[in-house]
Design a binder for this molecule. Structure first.
Ligand SMILES: Nc1ncnc2c1ncn2[C@@H]1O[C@H](COP(=O)(O)OP(=O)(O)O)[C@@H](O)[C@H]1O
Ligand SMILES: [Mg+2]
Length: 398
């Protein structure tokens, strides 16, 4: 840990100050990347310490928002002067950003785990390795875990905020360590790693290897056996890391934040995800409802105003319409049409806001904290936008 963070405030601030890792999950397009970057930026500016935001969902937007063009596996510091300019103050801490690159990730992983340089080179040069690492089921999730292990274990960061792929995948991310252990214990791996010669010449597997050779090239089976035999020698380290990551994710150093908008489908996903996290005993700390309509739209007063406005606009002798038209130097009929439309649309929006409020209250049952951000007028593209969003997320007034 480089520096202590300020542990003032409550809500999300308390979370950002106390936890070492915040994992942001939710459906696609709800604002996970934006919220992750926003929370990390605010934490770096206000709470201090060294804060890293890492995305496992390679969205260019995060890179753009953080002003770092080509993010890779290696964390890059966001220019402190840019951070100061965007926040209008001297930041308390540092902001770092990284993005997961699957291919480079595997190579680094092998390099890290290979017991000796010769083995490392053999694995890296293996054609099957090159082929498999791009297709290995859940390899992306496993790598994310492995990278978290590495970055968290380095002790270089006080807080790591992790953006994730869409929600079902977020569970896959959590399951990755277990799946890795299972893979090493699997019969498939045992079969693959039985000595090549005996397998090729055994009567049972001959048809398979012959077909495989014909379709995939004569070295396929040899490559596969070699690859997995090498891979297996790295089992103890892989499995130890998987165990450690699993422990880290499950204890109070970590907090899960589920992000959702208030449309039906993302809310459904958020409920599924939150319920699953809790059922599996992972520390779900907060749900963020993003791009939510203001609660005030749902009030009786607003509905009454809209209804009266509609009635006035429909009244041909309305003094109000005449006054507005005069004020705007516009045609009274046009003004009446605009006001009628506005009143009707408000009714529709209020209905949506009412539905949103119901969904919010359903979500509030699932996590200790529910915070809401409104739709900003513009896309969230730069550090100032991120800080603007963070002000909403961190504001205690709910
Ligand atoms: N509160 C908000 N107000 C306005 N635009 C937002 C807000 N939250 C997110 N966005 C925009 O929505 C889009 C999707 O957000 P993003 O964070 O990439 O979603 P995800 O990572 O969940 O797929 C982006 O263009 C982002 O700028
Ligand atoms: Mg994203």
């Amino acid at each position: 840990m480089s520096r202590a963070r300020r542990s003032s405030g409550d809500g999300l601030d308390a979370l950002l100050a106390a936890r070492e890792m915040v994992i942001v999950a939710g459906s696609g397009g709800v604002g996970k990347t934006t919220v992750s970057a926003s929370l990390a930026t605010a934490a770096a500016v206000e709470l201090g310490g060294r804060v890293l935001v890492i995305t496992v969902d390679p969205a260019r937007r995060l890179a753009d928002a953080l002003g770092v063009g080509a993010l890779g596996n290696t964390p890059t510091q966001v220019d402190p002067e840019l951070l100061a300019a965007a926040s209008g103050r001297a930041p308390e801490g540092e902001l770092w950003a990284a993005m997961l690159d699957t291919k480079a990730g595997w190579d680094e992983l092998i390099a890290r785990h290979a017991p000796d340089p010769e083995l490392r080179e053999t694995v890296l040069a293996n054609p099957l390795y090159r082929n498999l690492t791009s297709r290995f089921v859940h390899s992306h999730d496993y790598l994310a875990m492995e990278q978290l292990h590495e970055l968290h274990g380095s002790g270089r960061y006080d807080l790591i905020v992790v953006d994730t792929p869409p929600s079902r995948n977020a569970l896959a991310l959590i399951d990755a360590p277990r799946r890795m252990r299972e893979f090493f214990g699997s019969r498939l791996l045992k079969w693959l790693t039985t000595p090549y010669r005996s397998k090729v010449f055994s009567a049972a597997s001959r048809p398979f290897t012959q077909i495989a050779d014909r379709i995939l090239g004569s070295h396929f089976v040899e490559d596969i056996a070699e690859f997995f035999t090498l891979f297996q020698t790295m089992e103890p380290t892989f499995v130890r890391h998987a165990d450690e990551v699993e422990a880290l994710l499950g204890d109070l150093r970590t907090a899960f934040v589920v992000v959702t908008t208030l449309e039906a489908a993302p809310v459904h996903e958020a409920i599924h995800l939150s319920t699953e996290l809790t059922r599996r005993d992972y520390p779900l700390a907060a749900i963020v409802t993003n791009r939510a309509l203001p609660k005030s739209y749902t009030g009786r007063a607003a509905a009454t105003s809209a209804r009266r406005l509609g009635a006035e606009a429909a009244d041909e002798s309305s003094a109000m319409v005449a006054t507005v038209a005069e004020r705007l130097e516009a045609d009274a009929e046009q003004v009446a049409a605009v006001l009628t439309e506005t009143a009707e649309r408000f009714g529709e929006i209020a209905l949506i806001a009412t539905r949103e409020a119901e969904r919010r209250s359903e979500l509030s049952e699932l996590a200790p904290l529910l915070v809401t951000a409104p739709p900003l007028e513009h896309d969230v593209n730069d550090l100032s936008d991120l800080l603007e969003l963070a002000r909403h997320l961190r504001s205690p007034a709910r």
